[in-house]
Design a protein around this ligand. Structure first.
Ligand code: S3P
Length: 426
């Protein structure tokens, strides 16, 4: 980096958590009574869930910062006339597949080109094991037709850690009033079980399994959505990389299943402090303070740690280029079936720009060289790639263009404005 005085300062209040926003809409719709949701993320993915719920007969008003939803319960849902379009959102397709199966509906889910390629057999298998019918095209993606009937109890041993699969099964159980046990090789994000419990359902949780008992119903509640730790991670990384970084990130969700990147940044030697953590709607929330100026060092991240930072791995690769030493990530093959093949995309882009990175089947190895990066990033329409490389583009000395800046609308529509604001003094 050429400028010792690169300043990243002030504070950012990142938009609402994407995972919690989807779940707030779904659980509020399935509850009895009127839920009030404040701070919901208004991004393309969450709008897709709202649209699918509307198609199923829930009166979801226009999403604002303070929105009230009258729950209809599983029995109040109806099959839509046409297909349910999930846009780019895997969470919408997989969670709503569970709702549809459990509520006994008949729905065909469609999506954009990226989502249509993503694997849906992972929800077909458990839903069929519960008694639903799920039809997929030969490639196993969308369109996916889900038909629910009377479902039965299930004990599911997942082969991969996936909160979307786990949530699909839990929501099918809730809607069908049957008992499910879901086990995972590593614990995935647990927002669904936390929200179900906060809304009155009897859920039993330990490190690698969840049980949702038969006959649970949800009671409406007031939900205040915390800032998204995945969105906050971009700014935490930027502040840590800036010689004169001093940034506050306000009201960020600090659920332990989501904070792996902040821990990794600390392991690299960055100063990341937490203050004022409180519990809200079953989720920890607090402020983060990140200081730059430290020399960062490479780290090793292995399979057991992956679910807690899965969405931040492209960003981790970008930060690793500015560390001393080597960063190795393994056990992250799931990255290949995200909004893009994130291993191929991050390796292809970082090497083309001038960083030293090699591809592994299930991860990557970055040798930190503090390169001056030049060139154009191909995002493949993937929001997290656009933002990770957006952070590198903000570093002085780099000349990086991004082919599709607008795709950040999927999870963080105001990303570029926030980035501009905190680097305005640079
Ligand atoms: C999500 C779960 C994760 C994550 C995705 C959001 C969720 O996906 O990568 O961005 O809200 O449940 P998987 O369940 O496929 O790991």
């Amino acid at each position: 980096m050429s400028t010792a005085r690169f300043v990243v300062a002030g504070e950012v209040r990142v938009p609402g958590d994407k995972s919690i926003s989807h779940r707030a809409l779904i659980c509020a719709s399935l509850a009895t009574g009127t839920s009030r949701i404040r701070g919901i993320l208004r991004s393309a993915d969450v709008l897709s869930t709202a649209e699918v719920l509307r198609a199923l007969g829930v009166a979801i008003p226009e999403l604002t910062d303070d929105v009230s939803i009258q729950g209809v319960g599983p029995a109040g849902l109806r099959s839509p006339g046409g297909a349910a379009d999930c846009g780019n959102s895997g969470t919408t397709a997989r969670l709503m597949a569970g709702v549809v199966a459990g509520a006994g509906l008949d729905v065909t889910f469609t999506g954009d080109a990226s989502l249509s390629r993503r694997p849906m057999r992972r929800v077909k298998r458990p839903l069929e094991a519960m008694g639903a019918s799920v039809e997929l095209p030969p490639h196993g993606g969308l369109p996916m037709r889900v038909r629910g009937t009377a479902l039965h109890d299930l004990v599911w041993e997942g082969e991969i850690a996936s909160a979307q699969v786990k949530s699909c099964i839990l929501l099918a159980s809730l809607c069908a009033s049957v008992e499910v046990t879901v086990r995972e090789p590593e614990k995935s994000r647990d927002h669904t079980e936390r929200m179900l419990a906060a809304m009155g359902a009897e859920v039993w949780v330990n490190d690698d399994s969840v049980i949702l008992f038969a006959g649970q119903t949800l009671t409406a509640m007031e939900i205040v959505v915390p800032g998204d730790p995945s969105s906050a991670s971009f700014f935490a990384a930027l502040a840590a990389l800036a010689p004169a970084g001093d940034l506050w990130l306000r009201d960020v969700g600090l659920n332990d299943t989501r904070t792996g990147f902040l821990g990794a940044l600390r392991d690299m030697g960055a100063r990341v402090d937490l203050s004022g953590s409180t519990m809200r709607n079953g989720e920890y929330v607090g402020d983060l303070h990140v200081l730059g100026g430290e020399v960062l060092r490479g780290i090793t991240v292995e399979r057991e740690a992956i679910p807690r930072l899965i969405d931040e791995l492209p960003l981790l690769a970008c930060v690793a280029a500015y560390c001393d030493g080597t960063t190795t990530v393994t056990g992250a093959a799931e990255l290949r079936v995200k909004e893009s093949d994130r291993i191929a995309a991050v390796v292809g882009n970082l090497s083309a720009l001038g960083a030293d990175i090699s591809e592994l089947e299930d991860g990557f190895v970055v040798r930190g060289t503090r390169p001056r990066l030049r060139g154009t990033v191909t995002t493949h329409g993937d929001h997290r790639l656009a933002m990770a490389f957006g952070i590198l583009a903000a570093l002085p000395g780099n000349e990086i263009a991004i082919d599709d800046r607008d795709c950040v609308a999927v999870s963080y529509p105001t990303f570029w404005a926030d980035l501009h604001r905190v680097t305005a003094n640079a």
